[in-house]
Design a protein around this ligand. Structure first.
Ligand code: SAM
Length: 434
């Protein structure tokens, strides 16, 4: 396909997503099934156009004076893909599958800057109902944080130190330009490609099949390292899902001690067994309401990690359609779940043991707000300094970027795309009194 046909496809897919409030992945899949002739390069380019247009939906709509697929996709092509009006005219004129040529108003909008007077949430590409939460979390930096969340994310990998080291994996992935992550000592990063290019499918590499690495954002790696650094023989990953953190904790433990992977919904375990096997993990037991519960661990666990259900606002770089699908009301629901899960998990912590609370949200209501409420209701717990856990985990002082994420207050780590180059993530370590 030429770019004209790709633009047309992206426009149709965006209109489908917006009119039916569908997940982008579903709309892209349906398009792919109905257009089997499209090659993998076409699919990647169309997917990138769709996601880029959604990343900057509000600012593109403001610039173009319209919020439909055509406005968003043409806007993204010119402002995000390094194209100019001459390129676009050529593409639109060159192909009978291309969208209609530009009208005068479109041409003027594409040639100029974003129109004056755009509200901050539009400049930040954040839904208006969530904007007060962003301002509460970031104050004057709120627009910059929103903008960074609208960028493409790199692909981060965690080296599985049970089977490999960073040098070995970096060498195996050298043709993708993998480099060391700045904060995680076990991380590698492949930069986000631009325009139509896509990230490599690293799961089809031999090194992946041999269990040398997992895909995991650097912020999640840091959270697991901090939790693992708290030590002790019995660790519970209370909201384990498909085991991203469980695998990281197991690698750090070098298969010593016992790790319990638990989830309220055991379907969320997904392919966790296969992942554990591939990674060479031998010290994880799966627990949940359908089988063995954690009742034998009440008051006995050394460390309990709560990777809580949340709005996922910190992951919008990877799921730009999610930011327009998260509904008002979702925040209250997540907060109620977070309160419940913290209360359940806290019961497992032994005297002197630790409770770690983590979210991939940027909203203070899901982070500092939850910790403050929990500590109020549970005076037997207090915040613990991340620096000690990091030292125990890595043998080194926290790197500058992580110190900055912990900030002057020195209590919780707050990572964001704008300040840490990671997904948005929050981690609080708490210790139960002896
Ligand atoms: C953010 S996800 C976990 C991601 C996972 N830790 C990882 O690193 O891949 C949150 C998980 O919490 C689970 N969950 C929600 N409420 C829970 C509860 N009350 N008890 C245990 N798990 C719960 C959800 O089913 C979901 O799998």
């Amino acid at each position: 396909m030429k770019d004209g046909g790709r633009l047309m496809a992206a426009i149709e897919i965006i209109d489908d997503i917006l009119s039916r409030r569908r997940p982008a992945a579903d709309a892209l899949k349906d398009w792919g099934l109905a257009h089997r002739f499209a090659g993998s390069g076409d699919r990647a380019a169309i997917g990138n156009l769709v996601f880029d247009a959604l990343r900057r939906r509000l600012s593109l709509a403001w610039r173009m004076g319209d919020d439909n697929g055509r406005a968003l996709v043409l806007g993204a092509y010119v402002t995000m893909w390094g194209k100019d009006l001459a390129d676009l005219d050529a593409v639109l004129g060159d192909d009978r599958h291309a969208p209609e040529p530009l009208g005068d108003a479109e041409r003027a909008a594409l040639a100029g800057e974003v129109r004056d007077g755009a509200p901050d949430h539009v400049l930040a590409d954040v839904p208006d109902w969530l904007w007060p939460e962003f301002v509460a979390a970031f104050g004057e930096r709120a627009v910059d944080e929103g903008r960074a969340l609208a960028d493409r994310a790199p692909l981060d990998l965690r080296v599985n130190t049970l089977k490999a080291d960073r040098e070995k994996v970096m060498k195996a992935l050298s043709r993708f330009g993998a480099v060391e992550t700045p904060l995680s000592p076990v991380g590698l990063r492949i930069a986000a490609p631009d325009g139509p290019k896509r990230l490599p499918h690293v799961q089809s590499e031999d090194a992946f099949r041999k269990g040398w690495f997992e895909i995991q954002d650097e912020a999640s790696q840091l959270a697991a390292l901090l939790a693992g650094g708290l030590g002790g023989g019995q660790t519970v990953d209370y909201c384990a899902g498909a085991g991203g953190k469980t695998l990281a904790l197991a690698a750090q433990s070098r298969n010593a001690g016992q790790i319990y992977a638990h989830d309220a919904d055991q379907r969320r375990f997904g392919d966790i067994r296969e992942r554990l096997k591939r990674a060479g993990v031998r010290n994880v037991q799966l627990r949940g309401p359908d089988g063995d519960t954690l009742s034998d661990l009440e008051g006995r666990a050394d460390t309990v990690l709560v990777d809580a259900p949340c709005t996922g606002t910190g992951t919008w770089r990877r799921r730009p359609d999610a930011k327009w699908r998260v509904a008002p009301g979702a925040l209250e629901l997540r907060i109620a779940e977070q309160e419940a899960v913290l209360a359940e998990a806290a019961r497992l912590v032994k005297p002197g043991g630790h409770l770690v609370y983590a979210t991939c949200s940027l909203l203070a209501a899901e982070n500092e707000g939850r910790i403050a409420a929990f500590l109020d209701a549970n005076p037997g717990f207090r915040l613990a300094a991340p620096g000690d856990a990091w030292l125990a985990a890595t043998g080194e002082a926290m790197p500058e970027g992580l110190r900055a994420a912990v900030g002057d207050r020195g209590d919780c780590a707050r990572l964001t795309p704008a300040t840490s180059g990671t997904d948005g993530f929050f981690v609080a370590l708490m210790q139960r009194a002896e």
